[in-house]
Unconditional design. Structure first.
Length: 156
């Protein structure tokens, strides 16, 4: 199974100078609990921007070079390798989370059967905005928290 997980602020803000524009422990806990013991796909810049390797998760990184990616579990170098990865997870009980950044989300959103979108309720400054096409998805349900809401979208 392939899912996409992302946190967005107002106007679909997702980044500020290669970092997250906010710090909400409850939202980080949601991300951790959702992705724990699963597989994550990152772009190079997003992976290198992590404060640390995320424990108890397998990290795939999409990059044309291995340089600086020694902490990644596996580097995906090209579309052929990526298509093989998607095929491996598409009809599997194992879950691959498309985990960013912007170009990874926008390019591969339709590979996912489910989207998990945390919408941050407060205003933040940033420089990276997501343009996620939701035309092929419908909102299934939503969970509300103090500082954010989590939307669960399923493929139509």
């Amino acid at each position: 199974m392939i899912k996409l997980i992302v946190a967005v602020g107002q106007n679909n803000l997702i980044g500020n100078k290669d970092k997250m524009p906010w710090h909400y422990p409850e939202e980080f806990k949601h991300f951790r609990n959702t992705t724990l013991n699963h597989y994550l796909l990152f772009g190079r810049t997003t992976f290198l921007g992590l404060p640390a390797v995320l424990k108890n998760r397998f990290h795939y990184v999409l990059s044309t070079t291995d340089e600086g990616l020694d902490k990644a579990h596996k580097v995906i170098h090209n579309d052929q390798e990526l298509n093989s990865l998607f095929n491996e997870f598409r009809n599997s009980d194992k879950i691959l989370f498309i985990s960013g950044g912007k170009s990874i989300y926008e390019r591969y959103v339709n590979e996912a059967s489910e989207l998990i979108i945390s919408r941050i309720k407060h205003k933040h400054q940033g420089d990276v905005y997501l343009n996620l096409n939701l035309d092929n998805f419908k909102l299934d349900h939503k969970d509300d928290y103090a500082d954010f809401a989590v939307e669960y979208w399923v493929k139509k």
